[in-house]
Design a protein around this ligand. Structure first.
Ligand code: B4P
Length: 194
């Protein structure tokens, strides 16, 4: 069973709209529990910064607020989950983002005879999401791009909420609180599972 004391065996997904703070929370959980936080957004931005062939192919997509296609992302996540630090546990931040990607994750876990323990949904109202993203000033954080990313979330990622709820894996936290308060709620949720 996954819990705060056995977090290196936790296999979980952070779900939430862009700017909900799922990356912020994933990094805190990782620092506390030893499980690696794997952010596909960070991986893609790093590929762009390095000018790798993947980076060159995805730069325009990121800057437009669209999603990188499922096939490319399958390759990215499969390689990352094959790394030694993800053998026994991981916290995915930003993957899966489509029903197709959820299928890929299931396939990867099945091959490893593993299962997902938990999906943590970070909920934040849309006006607060826009305020946070504009404050962040990343190159993919102009107002037009943020609105595009929110509509992509509603259309392609939000269906994952029901998908994982119906499998009994989903737990929601109120992300419209201070970073520490959100983290405390997540830790409560994890300790219930201990
Ligand atoms: P991501 O990097 O995942 O971007 P994000 O959704 O905005 O990040 P997050 O919600 O984690 O917000 P954060 O903690 O930073 O993706 C970027 C792009 O990569 C996507 O648009 C897409 O193009 C591509 N991509 C990534 N994964 C993909 C996939 N699987 N398939 C296809 N394409 C993919 O927090 C946001 C801000 O709020 C921060 O400034 C933070 O300081 C602040 N904040 C956090 N918590 C707060 C709180 N409680 N109160 C106030 N402020 C808070």
């Amino acid at each position: 069973m996954a819990g705060v004391d056995s977090m290196n065996r936790l296999r979980a997904v952070m779900l939430g709209p862009p700017g909900s703070g799922k990356g912020t929370q994933a990094a805190l959980i990782s620092a506390r529990g030893g499980v690696p936080a794997i952010s596909t957004g960070d991986m893609l931005r790093q590929a762009v910064a390095e000018g790798s062939s993947l980076g060159v192919r995805v730069k325009e997509i990121l800057d437009a607020g669209r999603l990188v296609d499922d096939e490319k992302m399958a390759d990215v996540i499969e390689r990352r989950l094959a790394a030694k630090d993800a053998e026994t546990g991981f916290l995915l931040d930003g993957y899966p983002r489509t029903i197709g990607q959820a299928g890929t994750l299931d396939r990867i876990l099945e091959q490893r005879s593993q299962e997902l323990d938990l999906v943590i949904l970070v909920e934040v109202p849309e006006d607060e999401l826009i305020r946070r993203a504009l404050a962040r000033q990343r190159t993919d954080d102009t107002e037009d791009v943020i609105r595009k990313r929110l509509s992509v979330y509603r259309e392609q990622t939000a269906p994952l909420v029901d998908h994982y709820r119906s499998r009994g894996l989903l737990k929601a936290v109120d992300g419209d609180q201070s970073i520490d308060e959100v983290q405390a709620d997540i830790q409560d949720l994890l300790s219930v599972r201990a």
